[in-house]
Design a protein. Structure first.
Length: 300
């Protein structure tokens, strides 16, 4: 989930999946105006943040997460059910979890999208800590948006974003027509093939092949990396990697989706096994491009 309570001094962990903006040498397409669905998602995110200030962080997460939402603790569990079952930790006096949406996109069908932005943990008497959240939102039967995935990374300082709220430059160009089952099968197959490419050619070359120019690589303890930065980091830090998708879901329009699954990675100094969450946008030819890749806390 977005931000567990470690920063508040409690037993909860609240995490967030993220796409921060940093300088890049590539020329990206111009930003397009946010759609009504994207603006509604952003307004819901702001209401979520207000709810956390008015009540407690735990209550806000229960209120704004969907029943189908997943959290990684570190293995995947039903997020809302897990929150409800846990005894509420005491929220320290003056503690605040502050965040706001700064970037995102929504499917053309208006039923699925993502948001990202900076988050701060303010705990009086202790240093402020930071993360960058990335949340996947899904429209519910009542027309309202709720979080279904919220996984992200702690960062060494506040992540810089463009002023205000803008639509991501990673915009889908897919205009095809197929069933949701077909688009989800397409995305799952694409992510499986991506895993095979990683095993055969290495992480750096494989991510370079599928990541959108406006995409971001997110790793714990680091600021979100641009495509160029991420490819270079993978070349330095990852000597071997495996990747296996366990879930794929797309929008009704089939132009945006997410996957999550298992991964393992080795570096010259260490190895890690955990899960990943990826958000994808679709090209006109039906292939998929990676918008954001976030890894969850290691499985011990």
């Amino acid at each position: 989930m977005r931000h567990y309570w470690n920063a508040a001094g409690g037993g909860w962990l609240v995490v967030a999946l993220v796409t921060g903006l940093s300088a890049s040498a590539v020329v990206l397409p111009p930003m397009q105006s946010p759609s009504p669905a994207l603006l509604k998602m952003a307004d819901t995110e702001r209401a979520f943040a207000r709810r956390a200030k008015e009540t407690t962080v735990r209550q806000a997460f229960i209120d704004f997460f969907a029943d189908e939402s997943i959290a990684f603790e570190p293995d995947p569990v039903a997020a809302r059910e897990s929150m409800r079952k846990r005894e509420a930790p005491p929220q320290p006096p003056g503690f605040e979890l502050l965040w706001e949406p700064r970037l995102g996109d929504a499917a053309s069908s208006g039923d699925l999208g993502y948001l990202t932005g900076p988050a701060e943990y303010v705990n009086p008497g202790k240093p402020t800590t930071y993360s960058c959240y990335f949340s996947v939102w899904k429209r519910q039967a009542d027309g309202e948006f709720r979080v279904i995935l919220d996984v992200g990374v702690p960062t060494p300082e506040k992540t810089a974003f463009a002023p205000g709220f803008v639509r991501s430059a990673a915009v889908a160009s897919w205009k095809g027509h197929e069933s949701k089952e077909q688009s989800q099968a397409s995305l799952l197959a694409f992510d499986k093939a991506f895993g095979s490419m990683i095993a055969a050619k290495g992480a750096s070359q494989s991510f370079a092949a599928v990541m959108h120019e406006a995409g971001r690589l997110n790793r714990r303890g680091l600021q979100p990396m641009t495509r160029t930065e991420g490819v270079a980091w993978l070349a330095r830090e990852v000597s071997e990697m495996t990747s296996e998708p366990l879930k794929a879901e797309t929008s009704d329009a089939g132009d945006l989706g997410y996957t999550w699954g298992r991964y393992s990675a080795k570096s010259p100094k260490t190895s890690v096994t955990s899960y990943y969450v990826r958000v994808w946008t679709r090209k006109a030819d039906g292939s998929w491009q990676l918008v954001s890749d976030v890894t969850t806390p290691p499985v011990k």
